[in-house]
Design a protein around this ligand. Structure first.
Ligand SMILES: [Zn+2]
Length: 417
């Protein structure tokens, strides 16, 4: 593995091709967040990649410009949406809502780009629609196919779009959920999506919403798979270039704050609703396309870091033990940006595929959750921040035994019995 070939740098905006890009949020380079290491791998040279966020001065899009080679990034990708009960329920509602609003006919085709384990498509299948997934994570794609959700194990592009319509015909509903934030070449992807569609089709995307990232200081959503940090103002301009329009947006609480947008051809059959105008107004009021907003965000991050480090120093001065909860991708960003790796004795996680491995960068051993009861830490810092509420609810016993949880975002809090 030649490390130099694994990172490339864009010099043009992912949405509008402009070269007018400025640094918006400087962050420390980190290892790829999902690459938990086996004991043997600890000896290898680890790749650290820049994680700075840039703003396009022409369209306002916030994005990473340093790109980790996708085959490396996704080669041992283990994230599986079907594992999270909250996400499964969310996808069920998502599919129901889309079917109620846009009334597809029986056997219409739904294609999900970045379909992961097929969780979303299962719910469209339940609504008697034909479904097809596309996902480059080979193992997950094959498993989905075996379980009845046909999934093409490839990266989506124009060529694949042409193959799909040749074999299956035009698509009624195209969906791309976090994939829409994950893809580097969004313009080419959009050209491919357009090939799948006609004036009767809709394209539905779900994104982690930039306004929530800013307002709730969702540092944990920033990692190398997330190339784009979307808001609606830049996307309206983006879709316009494809002769397409956003006709509906709705916000939800997934991943700390997400947004579902629906897009059609400008001569499409559906009516645009007021939600689009309303959200554009909200984004303007919150100055989402102004660099000043991100200077304030960076300051907030700096303050949080100072407070967390102080708290941890005080705990250590008292000779107390700190462990981490959740070997999630967000944890890698949190630990490395806050520079607290050396203070965390071990991490616990329910996910067996992470247990016995070491966290990227700081090499903290991941243990089963039971370990926190056998090897009692005085403090448990929650790394899987989106699940804070559930973690605390499920581990009242730990609080009863005298332990304390540390929650870092949106505000630093210590939770005791
Ligand atoms: Zn741009």
């Amino acid at each position: 593995m030649n490390k130099n070939n694994l990172i490339s740098k864009r010099n043009q905006c992912r949405l509008c091709d402009s070269k007018n890009l400025v640094m918006a949020v400087p962050l420390k380079p980190t290892p790829v967040a999902e690459k938990y290491l086996s004991e043997e791998e600890l000896n290898n040279d680890e790749l650290f990649c820049p994680l700075d966020l840039f703003m396009c001065k022409d369209c306002g899009h916030i994005q990473l410009l340093d790109i980790v080679e996708p085959n490396f990034l996704y080669s041992d990708y283990t994230y599986s949406s079907g594992r999270s009960k909250g996400l499964v329920d969310h996808f069920e509602k998502y599919a129901d809502d889309i079917c109620k609003k846009y009334l597809p006919s029986e056997n219409n085709l739904v294609v999900d780009i970045g379909s992961n384990d097929g969780t979303l498509l299962k719910f469209f299948k339940k609504q008697k629609l034909r479904v097809l997934g596309v996902d480059p994570a080979n193992e997950i794609a094959q498993k989905a196919t075996k379980e009845g959700i046909e999934t093409i194990p490839k990266f989506f592009d124009k060529q694949l779009a042409n193959e799909i319509i040749e074999k299956y015909g035009k698509v009624k509903i195209v969906t791309a959920n976090n994939a829409f934030a994950h893809m580097d070449n969004l313009r080419e992807i959009m050209e491919g999506i357009k090939i799948l569609m006609n004036e009767n089709s809709i394209f539905v995307f779900e994104i982690s919403y930039l306004l929530d990232v800013i307002q709730k200081v969702l540092l944990g959503t920033i990692f190398h798979e997330h190339h784009s940090y979307h808001s609606i103002i830049p996307l309206v301009k983006f879709f316009d270039k494809f002769d397409m329009e956003i006709i509906d947006v709705s916000r939800n609480n997934i991943q700390g704050g997400s947004l579902i947008g629906v897009v059609q051809f400008k001569n499409g059959i559906y009516k645009k609703n007021d939600s689009v105008t309303e959200i554009l107004q909200l984004e303007n009021e919150n100055k989402i396309c102004e660099i000043e907003t991100f200077k304030i965000f960076s300051e907030n991050l700096k303050n949080t870091k100072k407070n967390i480090k102080e708290l941890i120093q005080n705990i250590q001065n008292d000779k107390k033990i700190i462990a981490g909860f959740g070997a999630a991708r967000s944890g890698t960003t949190l630990i490395s940006q806050m520079e607290i790796g050396k203070s965390i004795k071990y991490i616990v996680d329910d996910n067996q595929s992470k247990q016995g491995k070491y966290s990227p960068g700081d090499h903290i051993l991941v243990r089963p959750t039971s370990h926190m009861y056998e090897n009692f830490p005085d403090y448990m810092i929650i790394l899987a921040w989106v699940h804070s509420k559930n973690i605390i609810k499920d581990h009242q016993k730990y609080l009863n035994m005298g332990g304390s949880f540390i929650v870092c975002f949106p505000e630093l809090k210590i939770i005791k019995k």
